[in-house]
Design a protein around this ligand. Structure first.
Ligand code: ADP
Length: 162
């Protein structure tokens, strides 16, 4: 069985992420979406909430599993025995960072870990979690960016903050 891990912060998941998940789930027998629980960052949503959002959005994809992880990606992959990492590329600007990360992960895993990249679908090439948060902060329309239940959670979050 060929498995892969799609790691990320997903704060929150957008249609851009979901598109990559669906396409990777078509190629791999099993896809684990790994939600990074980084205690040094202060995400808008807790790791548990980010995991639940992804679980709800992928509930019709039987070969997709969502879980959170902390620490090094290479250690997480080792613990699962999975050595294929999926990442998305939106623009050349993503490339430098992604290349560096994949080389570091390869080094840390004794050359076991490989990263495969999915080019963004053009309609999501501008989409990022941070732009979605900015739009939500000012009450903008999120219809084309995130599922409705995520839009509601974002608006509620910013309502609480104001
Ligand atoms: P990071 O893991 O760098 O904190 P994210 O959680 O936002 O960032 O993204 C996880 C992965 O999904 C990254 O590989 C990122 O490039 C990719 N990604 C984010 N948004 C999109 C999009 N709109 N289209 C394709 N890939 C995307």
């Amino acid at each position: 069985m060929k498995s892969a891990i799609y790691p990320g912060t997903f704060d929150p998941m957008t249609y851009g992420h979901l598109d990559i998940i669906k396409r990777a789930a078509n190629i791999f027998d099993e896809l684990i979406v790994g939600v990074l629980d980084n205690k040094e960052k202060t995400p808008l949503f807790s790791a548990d909430v980010r995991v639940n959002i992804l679980k709800e959005a992928t509930k019709d994809l039987p070969n997709v599993k969502v879980e959170s992880f902390g620490g090094l990606l290479s250690d997480y992959c080792k613990s699962k025995g999975i050595y294929v990492v999926v990442r998305g590329l939106r623009a050349v600007t993503d490339f430098e960072y992604e290349l560096q990360m994949s080389q570091i992960n390869r080094k840390l895993s004794d050359n076991k870990l490989d990263t495969v990249y999915f080019n963004t679908s053009l309609k999501y090439s501008y989409l990022s979690s941070s732009s979605v948060k900015q739009i939500a902060q000012f009450g903008g329309d999120l219809t084309d960016f995130v599922p409705d239940f995520v839009a509601d959670m974002l608006l509620e979050k910013f309502d609480q903050k104001n």
